[in-house]
Design a protein around this ligand. Structure first.
Ligand SMILES: Cc1cc2nc3c(=O)[nH]c(=O)nc-3n(C[C@H](O)[C@H](O)[C@H](O)COP(=O)(O)OP(=O)(O)OC[C@H]3O[C@@H](n4cnc5c(N)ncnc54)[C@H](O)[C@@H]3O)c2cc1C
Length: 503
């Protein structure tokens, strides 16, 4: 018996996940020339979630891999620059800190910069940890420059984007279709399966049309049309740690203030995002329905916009967690169909990106090997669980006790691995981080320190510098950052010049 090579891939869904997958497959499989066929099915009636608007710097690697020009991308998606995320009121009302991208301070020798910062603190230097981040200083000054700044020896700013997710999907659709991906519009009403293997053979659309394939990528969103509704993969629920299960989203008119950072403001039963784009500002209140009604959430959101609301608030429901298996038989789930973590650290689009990278890495050739499927599932679970713990940290390490929501967060039991990380940092200033984990040691230290977890002591090697030397070192760093920021153009000018150069 001859076995047919697996070359026929069908993507179910045309949201951010579907079109990112289609674009990447088109780019890396040379769809039209290499014998591969990639088909995407989406339903205009069902539509997309389309609120994913903030990203992390890894998205630049994805776009670069597709050969996308950054200036064109920013114009096409009404995008803006993101240098970090501000957490306002997360430790306590009135307090704020930033998880900024890029380095903080400068490591000297074997130990991380935060040990020198701790030493400076012990000597009476009151500057916060974030004062040593070039990214943070530029973000608060509303400035940005791409690449090297000739006026400073500091490394370049590290950036991600805010963008209109609907425009990004449309842009990637043009990209993918130009490279051979075929799109079908219509609602999938059923599937046929192979009687022996249980694999999915064919999608049946409402109008009777059929789409067949050998490998199916389920990008159908929360419903998990194939992975859950057809194959029953199961869902691991994380709401004991991440109680928010609703969001109310609304765009508002731009205040003309294109702050190059995302803001997350703690609210009585969750938090509110603010994401400035060129043509509007995206806003949303992520909250726990056990602590707040939808009407109250909408009222709070509308009362806290910096411009006129451009639509009615739109409710979204979700459950934090992950699909127990994201690859089952000949179906791989990517995007919301694979699991969900609230957008506190803008990680969903990144999880799509890494899901695609893993799919390419494990792409089957003649047959789907159960050993590869098991490893794919293990890696996917490991990745999202590490990100989950990073998000739980923001809730657990709060001093807020002003509402039942925050008291619950502060007092909840957390996954043991996270508890160990916190205890280690508190006692020694050491960060436990697994290889290949998304968030770096610096990201962990920024959020731990920002959330009030300050190590009891610095590392003894930080005493190799004398008292005056350490104060001089810290002061010089602050001056270098302030001097560099003063030479940067404004973020608004950066966007304006990008628009005007291409009229
Ligand atoms: C409140 C909220 C805020 C978010 N903010 C961010 C953020 O700031 N940053 C970030 O990285 N991520 C964010 N996300 C996540 C982000 O929105 C998603 O990761 C992203 O939109 C991908 O969605 P998707 O493509 O998996 O699903 P969807 O957008 O839901 O697309 C599903 C697709 O499947 C199709 N489909 C479904 N059923 C059928 C059927 N029967 N027949 C045919 N087609 C079908 C639909 O038509 C649609 O095209 C946020 C999510 C939420 C809920």
């Amino acid at each position: 018996m001859t076995v047919a090579a697996i070359r026929d891939i069908v993507i179910v869904g045309g949201g951010t996940a579907g079109w990112m997958t289609a674009a990447a497959l088109a780019r890396f499989l040379e769809t039209t020339r290499g014998g591969w066929r990639v088909t995407l099915v989406e339903s205009d009636d069902i539509g997309t979630v389309g609120v994913g608007e903030a990203t992390i710097p890894q998205i630049r690697l994805f776009n670069a891999g597709l050969g996308i020009d950054e200036d064109e991308f920013l114009r096409e998606t009404q995008g803006s620059i993101k240098l970090g995320i501000e957490f306002d009121g997360w430790l306590r009302p009135g307090h704020r800190y930033m998880h900024a991208f890029g380095p903080t301070g400068r490591d000297l020798g074997l130990i991380g910069f935060h040990h020198y910062w701790l030493r400076g603190r012990a000597l009476g230097d009151a500057a916060p940890f974030g004062a040593y981040s070039y990214n943070e200083a530029a973000a608060y000054a509303g400035r940005f420059m791409r690449g090297d700044n000739p006026a400073t020896a500091l490394p370049p700013l590290v950036h991600a984007y805010h963008f209109d997710a609907g425009l990004y999907a449309a842009y990637l659709r043009r990209y993918a279709e130009a490279r051979g991906v075929v799109r079908f519009e219509g609602r999938i009403a059923g599937v046929t399966r192979d009687g022996m293997s249980g694999d999915i053979d064919t999608l049946i659309l409402e109008d009777g049309a059929t789409v067949s394939g050998q490998l199916f990528i389920d990008c159908s969103g929360f419903r998990g049309l194939l992975i859950e509704q057809t194959l029953g993969a199961g869902y691991e629920d994380w709401s004991e740690w991440l109680a928010c299960d609703r969001a109310m989203a609304v765009p508002c008119a731009s205040a003309g203030d294109f702050t190059p950072y995302t803001r997350s403001t703690a609210r009585p039963a969750g938090w509110q995002w603010r994401i400035p784009l060129q043509h509007r500002t995206g806003n949303g209140y992520v909250y726990s329905s056990a602590h707040l009604s939808d009407d109250e959430a909408a009222a709070t959101l509308l009362a806290n916009l910096d411009g006129e609301a451009l639509a009615d608030p739109r409710p979204l429901r979700f459950t934090a967690g992950r699909r127990k298996a994201v690859w089952v038989k000949n179906v791989v789930a990517i995007g919301l169909s694979s699991g969900f973590l609230e957008p506190l650290e803008s990680t969903s689009i990144h999880l799509i990106q890494s899901g695609i990278a893993r799919l390419l890495q494990f792409l089957p050739d003649m047959r789907i090997d159960p050993v590869a499927v098991a490893e794919f599932n293990r890696l996917s679970a490991w990745e999202i669980e590490r990100i989950r713990d990073f998000i739980i940290l923001h809730y657990k390490a709060t001093e807020r006790a002003d509402t039942p929501f925050w008291r619950r967060a502060r007092d909840m039991a957390i996954p043991p691995e996270l508890a160990e990380r916190i205890a280690l940092f508190r006692a020694t200033g050491q960060i436990r981080r697994d290889q290949d984990e998304l968030f770096t040691e610096l990201a962990w230290s920024q959020v731990m320190i920002g959330q009030g977890i300050v190590p009891a002591a610095h590392h003894p090697l930080a005493r190799l510098l004398g008292d005056d030397d350490i104060q001089g070192f810290l002061g010089t760093l602050r001056q270098a950052i302030a001097g560099a920021v003063a030479t940067l153009p404004s973020h608004s000018d950066f966007l304006r010049s990008n628009r005007s150069q291409h009229r």
